[in-house]
Design a protein around this ligand. Structure first.
Ligand code: HEC
Length: 131
C-alpha cells in the first residue's frame, strides 16, 4: 500500500514538473545561461542599453522598440513580436531568424537552455522589476 502511494506521488510530481513551463528552477538555470548575454545586454531595474539593448519586458513587445537604442535597420524593421516561439527561433540562430542583425552571437542550440533563459527573462517587467 505504502509503496503504491510513494510511486503515485513520484509520478504526480513528474507530471507536474513536465507540465510546468517555467519554474523557479528554470529561471535559476536561465540566470546562469544569461552570463553568455551579459557582455552585451543588461536586465533588471538598473539595466541600460550597452552594446545591445536592455532586455526588460522583452516578452510581449515588438522587436526593435527599446527607446534610445540604436538598432540596425534589420532589427529595427524585423517586426517580430517577441514570444516563446519567436525568441527560441531567434536565439537558436540569430542571423538566420534576423538576416542583417548586428548581434554577433552564434546562438544557443540546446532547447532546455532556451526554455531556462526564457523563464529567466520573463521575470523582468518593462520597468526592470521582477513580476
Ligand atoms: C556580442 C554582443 C551580444 C551578445 C553576446 C548577445 N547579444 Fe543580443 N544583441 C546584441 C546587439 C548588438 C543587438 C542589436 C542588434 C541589431 O540592432 O541589429 C542585440 C539584439 C538582441 C535582441 C533583440 C532585441 C529587440 O529589442 O528586438 C534580443 C532578444 C537579444 N539580443 C537577446 C540576446 C540574448 C538572450 C543573448 C544571450 C543568449 C544575447 N542577445 C547575446 C548583442 C549581443
Amino acid at each position: 500500500m505504502m509503496k503504491t502511494t510513494v510511486a503515485t506521488a513520484a509520478l504526480l510530481a513528474a507530471i507536474w514538473l513536465a507540465a510546468t513551463p517555467a519554474s523557479a528552477q528554470d529561471a535559476a538555470a536561465g540566470e546562469k545561461s544569461f552570463a553568455k548575454c551579459r557582455a552585451c545586454h543588461q536586465v533588471g531595474e538598473t539595466a541600460k542599453n550597452v552594446i545591445g539593448p536592455a532586455l526588460n519586458g522583452l516578452f510581449g513587445r515588438q522587436s526593435g522598440t527599446v527607446e534610445g537604442y540604436s538598432y540596425s535597420p534589420a532589427n529595427k524593421n524585423a517586426g517580430i513580436p517577441w514570444d516563446d516561439a519567436s525568441f527560441a527561433a531567434y536565439i537558436k540562430d540569430p542571423k538566420a531568424k534576423m538576416p542583417g542583425t548586428k548581434m554577433v552571437f552564434a546562438g544557443i542550440k540546446n532547447d532546455k537552455e532556451i526554455t531556462d533563459l526564457t523563464a529567466y527573462l520573463k521575470q523582468f517587467g518593462a520597468d526592470g522589476k521582477k513580476l
